[in-house]
Design a protein around this ligand. Structure first.
Ligand SMILES: *Cc1c(COP(=O)(O)O)cnc(C)c1O
Length: 374
């Protein structure tokens, strides 16, 4: 048996006619840039997430860069974030000339340890950039508390967090990831819970002024054609991707439920293994299993054994950002963030997607157990 780490073709094969119809309707209309499907998809995202405004762009990375620019992450100002994430969550701070200030992660959730944020706030701090990784959101009660006490802005990297919701202690209702801070972003990279057939991203906010700026920034900073109010970007969601994503959004609740089910298959089979730790969800929130991680003894050997047995796995993230060459200038060193460093050596992501079968999960888990019995 072969179990791929990710496969978009099963879903396409299941719903081929619907995807083909959506794509062909764009081809027939000829409106490839900012066609009607783009605004339709933005409206659908507003409805789904409860955000007042949704501005689509070309990728999650662009959504982060544009939001950072709008929120004033520049001129040596400091932005507090976690080093255990994908590069784009930090490069968006550094690109505009602001300084990323790292805080270690919580060992159970892998998200920023919100108890360690306050000690890093300085007169130069302008913002906090929490990342909602893998299956759950960062502690948004503490993040928003600290932000309002210290007059900081919050940019949520919800690239992986579509469908995740936070209630916490301070609220009566569950709020969708990305809609709690001043601005939030989603990625529609193909592997993501809501993934397109290419790159795509979205900025969400409840602030009219920030939304207006985001709309200008994605078209070179233009308030109307050939009138440039800002130095902006060229970053729009392709109409074809919007059409594909609108089809996917119709089924995203089913997909999320299926992911939840797959996670329980894994938990049932791996819960009592001494050599494996399964992360727990903290805080009142609704998790979404975008990634199913384990912390594994002899991680690299296990990954190699699974590969020999035709099972795909992935490591998010093998090197925390404070130890990456591109951030040498920040002068961090090994040992600065011990939890992130330890987790990066033990973490392993197992295959999870709505179309994976229980048989396949069985095969993955029995192969893992066989490895440790050797
Ligand atoms: C995927 C991802 C991004 C970047 O999104 P792209 O659409 O690939 O540019 C940013 N942050 C995190 C945490 C991600 O997982």
């Amino acid at each position: 048996m072969e179990v791929k780490f990710f496969t978009p073709t099963r879903e396409y094969t299941e719903k081929k006619d619907e995807f083909n119809r959506a794509i062909h309707s764009v081809l027939n209309s000829g409106n490839f840039i900012m066609g009607r499907e783009v605004t339709d998809f933005e409206d659908a995202i507003k409805k789904y997430t409860g955000a007042k405004y949704a501005v689509s762009v070309a990728s999650g990375t662009d959504a982060l860069v544009i939001s950072s620019d709008i929120l004033g992450f520049k001129n040596g100002k400091e932005v507090i974030t976690s080093p255990f994430t994908f590069l784009a969550s930090t490069s968006c701070i550094a690109k505009g000339g602001a300084k990323p200030v790292f805080v270690d992660i919580d060992e159970d959730t892998f998200n920023i340890d919100a108890n360690k944020i306050e000690e890093k706030i300085s007169p130069n701090t302008v913002g906090i950039l929490p990342i909602h990784l893998f299956s759950q959101m960062s502690d948004m009660d503490k993040v928003t508390d600290l932000a309002s006490k210290n007059n900081l802005v919050v940019l949520e990297d919800a690239a992986e967090a579509f469908g995740m919701k936070w209630k916490g202690k301070n609220n009566d209702v569950y709020r969708h990831s990305g809609t709690i801070g001043d601005m939030g972003i989603f990625s529609f990279f193909p592997t993501k819970t809501l993934g397109g057939y290419g790159d795509g991203g979205m900025i969400v906010t409840n602030d009219a002024k920030l939304a207006e700026m985001a709309k200008m920034f994605r078209v070179h900073g233009a308030s109307k054609k050939y009138h440039y109010d800002y130095l902006g970007y060229n970053s729009r969601l392709d109409t074809i991707q919007a059409a594909v994503l609108s089809v996917k959004l119709k089924y995203v609740d089913e997909a999320i439920e299926k992911r939840e089910k797959v996670s329980t298959w894994y938990k049932e089979r791996l819960d009592n293994c001494d050599y494996i730790k399964i992360p727990s969800v903290k805080g009142e929130q609704r998790p979404v299993y975008y990634v199913f991680n384990i912390l594994a003894q002899s991680r690299d050997k296990l990954a190699a054994y699974l590969k020999q047995n035709n099972i795909g796995t992935s490591i998010y993230y093998p090197i925390p950002l404070h130890l990456q060459k591109c951030f040498n200038y920040l002068k961090y060193k090994e040992g600065d963030f011990p939890v992130a460093e330890k987790v990066s050596k033990e973490i392993l992501a197992l295959p999870i997607y709505p179309e994976i079968t229980e048989n396949e999960v069985d095969f993955v888990c029995s192969t893992i157990k066989r490895f440790y019995k050797k």
